[in-house]
Design a protein around this ligand. Structure first.
Ligand code: HEM
Length: 367
């Protein structure tokens, strides 16, 4: 049997299915007679294909993270893989943002040379991107209306079904909410984080008020006291269960009240050994939200550079639509908003010794 000497992929090529992978770049601007195509369309295709591969990897990591977080009890041993896989998602997303530098070596004129050949094909129809958003927790009702009237412009029936299925499954947001709400130590008979934090906040604000009264008077004092009063109201809004949580219809929070308390508890005491894993997990979730936003912003700017104020090939308003998704499609903003309620470390209430002992691993020397 003769071997094809033009192909020397050997097992490397077979393992990676390179024959298939390297044969799937088919520019639509190719001339039927000569095969010649717009030079930059090759970059455009490879670019989108690499994105789709990375999207596949992100979904694969989310499968694992969601499987572990979906268990009734999240074992300590699960924390390391959860944190590791979320971190990987963060780094992939950051790469996808940086990668746009390469696409921007294509000029708007280069893009115009083949744009019409794309017909109605648009990144908006990327099923995997939509699934990532949905799996993370972007709800249909929170989505910006595409084309002023539709959520699902241009998806084929199979994609529609996959999206509908994902929308009915438990999202990462829901899992994080439930996992936070189960955090031990926060609300016990012998210790209530909320009471201790509220007392510390009042002590801190009372101290500021006393200092202001001692140091200044007149208009300056009035302004200081007004600022302290605003601070008290701000803190009261989170301490009061009925004031502003997801259980209240007027709420600006999406996380449940117990989850919010736990997230603040983890953030405040993040150096305690038992809270280091959970604090890393929350940090990666915020990084994912931030990297998605950075991608949206960079993509929108690139779209404006390439097509100006033209409508998109998928039929949206283009740049205008994409810039609005930047704010509207964020998912974990509650975790960012919690920073409003941090207090300086010196004012932080110390943990009772019993709680601290239970959260730490202490190894002494023997002999
Ligand atoms: C020259 C380069 C690009 C242009 C001009 C462009 C243009 C657009 C436009 C105008 C939209 C809005 C929907 C529409 O009306 O079509 C859109 C959406 C989208 N594009 Fe791109 N795009 C480019 C590159 C990319 C790349 C490399 C990706 C990576 C997969 C991508 C992924 C997406 C996604 C996921 C959406 C949906 C965003 C959302 O609805 O929030 N695009 N694009």
């Amino acid at each position: 049997m003769t071997q094809d000497k033009t192909k020397n992929w050997d097992q490397y090529g077979e393992y990676l299915a390179l024959d298939t992978l390297l044969d799937i770049q088919k520019p639509w601007s190719a001339d039927k007679a000569t095969g010649a195509f717009a030079h930059d369309e090759m970059l455009f295709i490879i670019f989108h294909q690499t994105y789709e591969l990375w999207f596949k990897q992100i979904l694969f990591e989310l499968d694992d993270v969601q499987m572990r977080l979906g268990r009734p009890v999240v074992d300590d041993c699960d924390m390391q893989p959860i944190v590791k896989h979320l971190h990987r998602v963060v780094e992939i997303l950051r790469l996808l943002v940086r990668q746009l530098d390469i696409l921007e070596t294509m000029t708007p004129q280069d893009f115009t040379d083949f744009r019409d050949h794309l017909k109605t094909a648009s990144g908006f129809q990327s099923l995997q991107f939509r699934l990532i958003e949905t799996r993370l927790g972007l709800r249909r009702e929170d989505r910006l209306l595409f084309n002023h009237c539709q959520y699902d412009a241009g998806y084929c029936p199979a994609s529609q079904t996959a999206i509908n299925t994902a929308e009915h499954e438990t999202t990462l947001f829901d899992q994080i909410d439930k996992w936070l709400a189960r955090t031990p130590f926060v609300d016990r008979d012998d210790y209530k984080f909320w009471d201790s934090y509220r007392a510390a906040v009042h002590t801190m604000l009372d101290g500021r008020e006393a200092m202001a009264r001692h140091a200044v008077d007149g208009d300056i004092l009035d302004r200081e006291l007004a600022a302290i009063a605003r601070n008290r109201t701000k803190f009261d809004s989170i301490f009061n269960k009925d004031a502003d949580t997801s259980s209240s219809p007027s709420s600006s929070w999406r996380l449940s009240w117990r989850a919010l308390q736990a997230a603040l508890f983890i953030t405040v005491y993040k150096t305690e050994p038992a809270l280091q894993g959970p604090a890393s997990l929350l940090g990666h979730i915020m990084d994912i939200d931030a990297a998605m936003s950075q991608w949206r912003y960079r993509h929108a700017l690139m779209v404006q550079r390439m097509v100006g104020m033209n409508v998109g090939t998928g039929g949206s308003a283009g740049y205008g639509y994409l810039m609005q998704t930047l704010e509207k499609h964020r998912i974990f903003t509650d975790l960012f908003a919690l920073s409003t309620y941090l207090i300086p470390s010196h004012a932080r209430p110390p943990l009772p010794q019993t709680i601290s002992n239970q959260m730490g691993y202490r190894y002494g020397t023997t002999g």
